[in-house]
Design a protein around this ligand. Structure first.
Ligand code: PLP
Length: 450
């Protein structure tokens, strides 16, 4: 563990706190420990999906149930959840509208590889809310992004993608790159560290600067949310739109996280006019479902590609995509979760929490920052970053993990990745106060003045 000295934090106090919190966790999570041991007999790393080991806890925390803002573990401990499954449950756990859709549709055929009766209606609702006329469904945002990139290559006849350094768009090969540290005007990329089983050099498929002749598409989150939170500079995204349009490069906006911004997403709120718009995770209230929407020009390009290719496997799609259950949940989410009232409640709570965090940091004379995009917030250990690399340099995983474990032991869950918090429609200022109170106590304990 790296408890090296940094401004405002007493590294010895931090190491002591981290050790104590691990002991506390162990003492209060006996049933989780028992299940962890049993699960290790049949699951790789003891969990059915390896990210479940990314938490700050000494062993996995096993969940009994989650409802609204509250999550209960198998030891009977309850938590106020600010993680919400890293966004999948952004509108609260098991919202009644989704539970109802599951109950009603679950007994009427889950999947048939035929369009369900409600397809036309849901298409119309997607178009109305997000402002793009044509749509496709996938099961995950990863799949939606992968399909969007494939279509972009096919439509433009160009091979390369442009991504932002420090981005995350799911496990999509072309996006798993970093900018070379000595990036010059040619704009080099390299594969991300730690990739498993890659069989080709992803730096060949992805550029770091736009090229009129090579770049098929730029894919971007309008606010970077996967390397801390990096807000765009004023005018940056509209300039990006202007340049991509001029060079006939497609602009793909991935709003899997920034759906938190406003009803209809960030791009709609800012009149960004992407060519392709992607969203997953919370789009159907947490049911596996993602969508991508596109303009009439892109749709015409897709049809041209289909006419020209002469049949055979397209290399896109999965069997369960657009199944009846996912579609029912998507409609319920469009109708009953993404409402103006829900967004207002989420935003008011997030603004309250943001202000409270700022107050805590000021009181402890920590020059940390808070970034917010609607219902989603992050705090970072330093001033606001201007790009992914800067944000990464400010990260301090040991401090992050100690804070997360301290809060978890007091019934507050933050995402395991950096310091992200979401306010759902059922998160209240009282929940925010609980987080603020415990965070403040934690920082007082590890602050260099203590
Ligand atoms: C912006 C963005 N796009 C896409 C994804 C991929 O989502 P999924 O893992 O559900 O496929 C993520 C996941 O964190 C994401 O943050």
């Amino acid at each position: 563990m790296n408890y090296a000295r940094r401004p405002g934090i007493d590294s010895e106090a931090l190491a002591r706190l981290a050790a104590r919190e691990r002991e506390t966790f162990t003492a209060t999570h006996a049933e989780s420990a028992r299940l962890a041991k049993l699960s290790a007999q049949h699951w790789l790393n003891g969990v059915p999906m390896h990210w479940m080991r990314d938490w700050s806890t000494p062993h996995p925390l096993f969940v009994r149930k989650a409802r609204g803002v509250e999550l209960e573990d198998v030891d009977g401990n309850t938590y106020i959840d600010f993680c919400f499954g890293d966004t999948g449950a952004m509108f609260g756990h098991s919202p009644p509208a989704i539970a109802r859709a599951l109950a009603e549709t679950g007994s009427m055929g889950i999947t048939s590889m035929l369009p369900a009766e409600r397809v036309a209606r849901v298409g119309e609702k997607l178009a109305k809310l997000f402002g793009l006329p044509f749509w496709q469904m996938t099961q995950t945002a990863t799949d939606a992004n992968r399909a969007a990139l494939r279509w972009a290559r096919a439509i433009t006849g160009r091979q390369r993608m442009l991504v932002f350094d420090g981005c995350y768009h799911g496990t999509v090969d072309e996006t798993l790159v970093r900018a070379l540290p000595d990036m010059n005007d040619k704009g080099g990329t390299r594969a991300r560290a730690g990739l498993i089983g890659m069989n080709h050099d992803v730096s060949v498929t992805t550029d770091a600067v736009l090229s009129r002749s090579r770049t098929a598409a730029v894919i971007a989150e309008p606010v970077m949310t996967n390397i801390g939170m990096v807000l765009p500079e004023e005018g940056f995204l509209h300039k990006l739109r202007e340049i991509t349009r001029r060079l006939h490069v497609l602009l793909i906006i991935d709003e899997t996280h920034t759906l938190s911004t406003a009803r209809g997403g960030y791009a709609r709120a800012q009149n960004l006019e992407p060519d392709i718009w992607v969203c997953g995770k919370a789009i159907a209230g947490g049911m596996p479902c993602a969508v991508f929407g596109f303009t009439a020009e892109v749709e015409a390009g897709m049809r041209r590609v289909q006419e020209d290719r002469g049949g055979g496997h397209s290399g896109m799609g999965t069997t369960l995509a657009a199944n009846a259950l996912a579609l029912a949940c998507l409609e319920a989410s469009l109708d009953e979760l993404m409402t103006p009232a829900n967004y207002q409640a989420m935003h008011e709570c997030a603004a309250y929490l943001s202000e409270g965090l700022g107050h805590v940091f000021a009181t402890e004379t920590l020059s940390w920052h808070v970034a917010r995009v609607g219902a989603r917030l992050e705090f970072g250990f330093g001033k606001a970053a201007r790009n992914g690399a800067e944000s990464e340099r400010a990260a301090w995983p040991e401090l992050e993990h100690a804070i997360h474990l301290y809060l978890l032991n007091r019934g507050v869950l933050l995402t395991p990745f950096h310091n992200m918090m979401l306010c759902s429609p059922v998160t209240t200022t009282a929940h925010a106060d609980t987080l603020l109170r415990h965070l403040h106590a934690c920082l007082r304990e590890v602050g260099s003045a203590s």
